[in-house]
Design a protein around this ligand. Sequence first.
Ligand SMILES: Nc1ncnc2c1ncn2[C@@H]1O[C@H](COP(=O)(O)OP(=O)(O)OP(=O)(O)O)[C@@H](O)[C@H]1O
Ligand code: SF4
Ligand SMILES: [Mg+2]
Length: 371
Amino acid sequence: MSTARSKPAAKRKSAARKPAGTRKTPAKRSAAPKRRQAARVAAKPKFTETLVNVRGLKMHFPVTEGAMIPKVVAHVKAVDGINFDIMKGETLGLVGESGCGKTTTGRCILQLERATSGDIIYDGQNLAQLNKKEMRPLRQRIQVIFQDPYSSLNPRMKIGDIITEPMKVHNTEPNETARRNRAHELLEVCGLNPKFSDRYPHEMSGGQRQRVGIARALSVKPEFIICDEAVSALDVSIQAQVINLLEDLRDEFNLTYLFIAHDLSVVRHLCHRVAVMYLGKMVELADCDELFDNPQHPYTQALLNAVPIPDPSIEAKRKHQIIKGEIPSPINPPPGCVFHPRCPIAVDECKKNVPEFREIRPGHWVACSEI
Ligand SMILES: Nc1ncnc2c1ncn2[C@@H]1O[C@H](COP(=O)(O)OP(=O)(O)OP(=O)(O)O)[C@@H](O)[C@H]1O
Ligand code: SF4
Ligand SMILES: [Mg+2]
């Protein structure tokens, strides 16, 4: 396993601005954005193989009443019939307001929740139809990184044991020495001193703990990692370091990520495509640049509009479009388009008809009848 990571240095070099005196004349410069755009398109990786197909996924949690004989009185429609694919090697971002069903979607893929209906096809196998034993080898191939590095690491275990435990469970290394060596190697790959393997989680910072969480996920050589708000609990500067690490690891180990987040600026840096959820439904899905530069769904537009611009002079002049009202209850979602009570362009039909999730141009999917 190579631990050399030359890419970030190369990136920094290419991102460096030229000194003012060497910049191009205005006439020549006008062609530069087009060339840069063309170079970006040419540099875009082409993903050809599908790893995950999610079709008609529903997760309706029963709400019960009565202590002696519980009776189902309603259902929380956490995920309500969503479709998407994840290609091998890509990072798909999944964004949306709190409670829209992002984590539930991830948990259904991991089979930590048995979906109410729908199919999750992973590399040709329908996970929804597998029993525990059949699921076991797939648990090694699919790993997860959680939001909270404090609660996701056992406080009574040393870091080395935390990282070697999954190797024992999945029997991926022949003996304890090999497991220890791999743990040291992974700590180094994740930017930590191998000596940290003798520490306890409380002896580390939040960023270091999240790196341990990443090393643990990598320990069984997975191919697909679900990152559920993996950087949300970290300070902004540490967030950037962990994002860069995830990017390097993706390239080094050919990983595929489902990157769940509510911070859109984080998503833009890492993801190839982005899916937007609202109240258990998928409302938009597109290439990352396309979604940020040309959002179509009113909800996506409002989400992007709420992201502050780092330049205070521009930010001060911006008019923020605030989404009115609260997100409705997933127990009793609004009829028709679930976004209609908050939509600035809603028409009467929106209260009756559920908009189709359709491809408005290649690779750009939107659920809105007014587009
Ligand atoms: N086990 C459960 N039983 C009942 N309802 C649940 C359960 N798990 C989640 N929910 C509900 O399902 C909805 C979606 O929850 P989920 O955690 O998937 O949202 P989320 O998009 O990940 O939110 P956040 O950004 O806050 O993490 C919420 O209304 C939540 O209360
Ligand atoms: S279908 Fe209607 S309510 Fe829903 S997003 Fe489009 S315009 Fe708004
Ligand atoms: Mg969540």
